[in-house]
Design a protein around this ligand. Sequence first.
Ligand code: HEM
Ligand SMILES: *[C@@H]1O[C@H](CO)[C@@H](O)[C@H](O)[C@H]1NC(C)=O
Ligand SMILES: *[C@@H]1O[C@H](CO)[C@@H](O)[C@H](O)[C@H]1NC(C)=O
Ligand SMILES: *[C@@H]1O[C@H](CO)[C@@H](O)[C@H](O)[C@H]1NC(C)=O
Ligand SMILES: *[C@@H]1O[C@H](CO)[C@@H](O)[C@H](O)[C@H]1NC(C)=O
Ligand SMILES: *[C@@H]1O[C@H](CO)[C@@H](O)[C@H](O)[C@H]1NC(C)=O
Length: 349
Amino acid sequence: MSSTSLLLISSLFLASWFCATEAQSTIPIVNGLSWTFYKSSCPKVESIIRKELEKVFKKDIGQAAGLLRLHFHDCFVQGCDGSVLLDGSASGPSEQDAPPNLTLRAKAFEIIDDLRERVHKACGRVVSCSDILAIAARDSVFLSGGPDYVIPLGRRDGLNFATRNETLNNLPPPFANADTILSSLATKNFDATDVVALSGGHTIGISHCSSFTDRLYPTQDPTMDKTFANNLKGVCPRSDSNNTTVLDIRTPNKFDNKYYVDLMNRQGLFTSDQDLYTNKKTRGIVTSFAVNQTLFFEKFVLAMIKMSQLKVVTGNQGEIRSRCSVRNSGYSYLGSVVEEGFETLSELI
Ligand code: HEM
Ligand SMILES: *[C@@H]1O[C@H](CO)[C@@H](O)[C@H](O)[C@H]1NC(C)=O
Ligand SMILES: *[C@@H]1O[C@H](CO)[C@@H](O)[C@H](O)[C@H]1NC(C)=O
Ligand SMILES: *[C@@H]1O[C@H](CO)[C@@H](O)[C@H](O)[C@H]1NC(C)=O
Ligand SMILES: *[C@@H]1O[C@H](CO)[C@@H](O)[C@H](O)[C@H]1NC(C)=O
Ligand SMILES: *[C@@H]1O[C@H](CO)[C@@H](O)[C@H](O)[C@H]1NC(C)=O
């Protein structure tokens, strides 16, 4: 397993590096972010994070998916400002592992704060939690076999909690069809190619039954491959079964283009995945990624760099948190709002 991924990583290295430099020169970046932000204040930040994540993923590669998804949620709700990392409760961090129905992996939050501790030990409190999460997501992609690329840095951690409504309005549900996803993401300036590329994040990771059993019960979704559906019914005998299954049945832990091959074989897990192949606006893009992984990697990198800059907090706004789960100014009195948001999120997702 690890020698296969090593091989894959080394064979990708040259092409990926080229891709990274190209991305760096052509992608517009927002005011306040920079490709070399920590060059003098914390030159080792990226190597510290990568080295540590290599160790973490050697033990459990599933955490890569958890970190990638956490960055996506951070960026989509209120911007990449670390708001997703904030504890909803004044009673402290134990709250984070309390709700079993919170489908963001509890461990991902711990990994981010552990990275924060290592980075701050080396450089002092100069690197934000939102930057650490952005770097960790990039490394999750690369260390799972995907492309390597440079991301602009300099995000600061926001002071505001995301509300329940913001969470609901900004994260489309898995039962949404492609038209809904397209119009939802268009409000953030993503085009159809971005949408199909970003959805390729589902080439790694897992889902709980509750996120897709609407496609099995009471009526089976006719666009779903029959054998695939039967196997899913085995994993989720009831619509509320407490079980999980992989998002990409071909190569569940490898960041590659097989997710698109799944879609072409009607083995996409969510409606929001499968409908990208059914819908005429996105079908051709799915096919092009399924036959050309280099093209997928190229478009994925562009879309991720775009996503990683959504409504970032820069300059004198925001802060560098000394713990990722709390604002420096102290505990929140809006805790219940956040918890509500999380609860709603987990019902939906
Ligand atoms: C386009 C709309 C999207 C929808 C509707 C969606 C929905 C979901 C759902 C329902 C789950 C499973 C949650 C669970 O039941 O445990 C999931 C997991 C995941 N999503 Fe998405 N997602 C979307 C976009 C993205 C994007 C843009 C990324 C990253 C680039 C991403 C990365 C992931 C990953 C890596 C997982 C697995 C997490 C894990 O294993 O812990 N998703 N997504
Ligand atoms: C979520 O977990 C909490 C306990 O942490 C429980 O009270 C609640 O009923 C659960 N909600 C769902 C939808 O499972
Ligand atoms: C949340 O959204 C709903 C419907 O979109 C609206 O009725 C409600 O007033 C909103 N609540 C807040 C606190 O903004
Ligand atoms: C969970 O999935 C496994 C197959 O992966 C299945 O054998 C088991 O019965 C499922 N458990 C529940 C509680 O649904
Ligand atoms: C669901 O299963 C997980 C282990 O896979 C367990 O930790 C958790 O307590 C279970 N939740 C419920 C509500 O049964
Ligand atoms: C695959 O995509 C890459 C990147 O856009 C392109 O350079 C290459 O020519 C494509 N390969 C094929 C066989 O079409």
